[in-house]
Ligand binder design. Structure first.
Ligand code: ATP
Ligand code: MG
Length: 421
């Protein structure tokens, strides 16, 4: 009989790793909470048309990477490749921005039909933040400060680098595009296959190429930053001033264009050198035109997303993982198997009285010595043994202290033990 395995590029997160996820998620929730962001939970399936319109037909995500199919009634739907489009859809659908601003976050699986490799999967998890109704550089700076705080709490501050650029407005991009296309046509012989395709569909993205043979040519290409008019230029200057004031280091990368079409003005990426070509751990920026594309009404917006797997990989690579231990605080063992019911009630009583304790009952039915061995191996600092005369053995393996207490005096002993921990 052949065994059934998981689908390519889709990973199980095993119990031994779940602790790391919970630790990271707790930090991210704590920081976004501090900044007053609210959670929004969105469907995993969306109409294909949503991403075609929002992300753009010519992007890799929509052109090549969508995990799409026709459902039983023939509707063309897709597992979501990213979170921003669905969030914008929900904000419009429920009128969340009528006369108010929004600061939102979400988390969950995203799907891209890419070739699986280290740090690149078909199902991966993103944590994302989107803001609506705020047009200034101040909210762009707030997003960056928030990410900065998250990296600091994760112990990654020195391992990531912030890259910043402005993509201007669609008009400014059009001006730049004319000169860029002319420049690229002139150097057509140097372009690889991917870039020749992009030259037709989305020339700005040629600048994104990592092909080493093209770097010199790209370096000398016309820079969008030189095409910014007054308003975009001062938005960028103000953002830089805010970051300088806050002491957040960054580098200007005029070639940073991001893989999605919807960005305007501010774009940024946090990158690391520790993960090879999967070096982008967080990306974001401003997308002022996207809401209008769906609702006809303009609404400024900006946001970011990071890939959780890649962050955990980075944390592991630089050896900074510091999640809490998974060991129980207390294990309840029994002198004989007939005491199981009493042990369940004892465990329950302790859980109610000391709600912060993590307590496990040993239900293996093994001999007491085996139960103690197992408890020791789990790293548990306190082992209780329910005896036939209803007394309770208390054993702290670390200093090999043993005593015997009654049901009545157990609570006092546990309180004292917790205080001295
Ligand atoms: P890349 O250049 O690595 O393909 P991207 O530009 O496609 O990244 P975004 O669309 O900006 O990435 O998504 C934001 C983040 O999500 C990335 O920085 C990365 O951490 C993560 N991410 C994107 N695609 C994958 C994937 N296939 N597997 C794991 N994480 C991913
Ligand atoms: Mg990609």
């Amino acid at each position: 009989m052949s065994t059934i395995q998981s689908i390519r590029g889709m990973n199980d997160i095993l119990p031994e790793d779940a602790g790391n996820w919970q630790w990271l998620e707790a930090i991210v929730r704590r920081v976004t909470h501090r900044y007053g962001y609210q959670e929004i939970r969105l469907p995993i399936l969306e109409p294909v048309a949503l991403f075609q319109r929002a992300v753009g037909d010519s992007t890799d995500i929509v052109a090549k990477e969508m995990y799409d199919f026709h459902d039983k009634s023939g509707d063309h739907i897709t597992l979501r490749p990213e979170g921003t489009s669905g969030c914008v859809r929900a904000v419009i659908e429920h009128g969340l921005c009528h006369n108010r601003t929004q600061r939102l976050w979400y988390q969950g699986p995203m799907f891209r039909y890419e070739r699986p490799q280290k740090g690149r999967f078909r199902q991966f998890n993103q944590f994302g933040v989107e803001t609506f109704g705020m047009a200034g550089a101040d909210i762009d700076a707030e997003l960056i400060l928030m990410i900065h705080d998250i990296f600091r709490e994760l112990g990654l501050g020195e391992h990531v680098r912030l890259e910043l650029n402005s993509l201007g407005t669609p008009e400014e991009r059009r001006e730049h595009r004319k000169d860029l296309v002319a420049y690229l046509e002139k150097h057509r012989a140097l372009l690889d296959e991917d870039s020749l395709r992009r030259l037709e569909t989305n020339p700005l993205r040629v600048l994104d190429s990592k092909n080493p043979d093209m770097q010199e040519m790209i370096e000398a290409a016309p820079k969008l930053l030189d095409y910014l008019a007054e308003e975009s230029a001062s938005h960028f200057t103000r953002l830089r001033a805010l970051l300088d004031e806050a002491g957040v280091a960054y580098v200007i990368n005029p070639r940073l264009v991001r893989g999605l079409d919807y960005y305007t003005r501010t774009v940024f990426e946090w990158t690391t050198e520790a993960l090879g070509s999967q070096g982008t751990v967080c990306g974001g920026g401003r997308y002022d035109g996207l809401v209008e594309l769906f609702s006809g009404k303009p609404l400024p917006a900006s946001g970011f997303a990071f890939g959780i797997e890649r962050l955990l990989l980075l944390i592991e690579t630089v050896g900074k993982l510091a999640p809490p231990s998974d060991a129980p605080d207390v294990v309840v063992t029994t002198a004989t198997a007939s005491l199981t019911v009493d042990a369940v009630l004892l465990g329950r009583e302790i859980r109610h009285q000391f709600p912060t304790l993590k307590l496990l009952n040993d239900f293996t039915g093994a001999k007491l010595a085996r139960q103690h061995q197992r408890a020791l191996k789990s790293g548990c600092p306190l082992v209780l043994t329910l005896n036939e005369d209803n007394s309770i053995g208390v054993w702290a393996p670390a200093d090999d202290q043993r005593s015997t207490v009654t049901r009545e005096t157990l609570a006092g002993t546990l309180s004292k033990w917790m205080l001295n921990r």
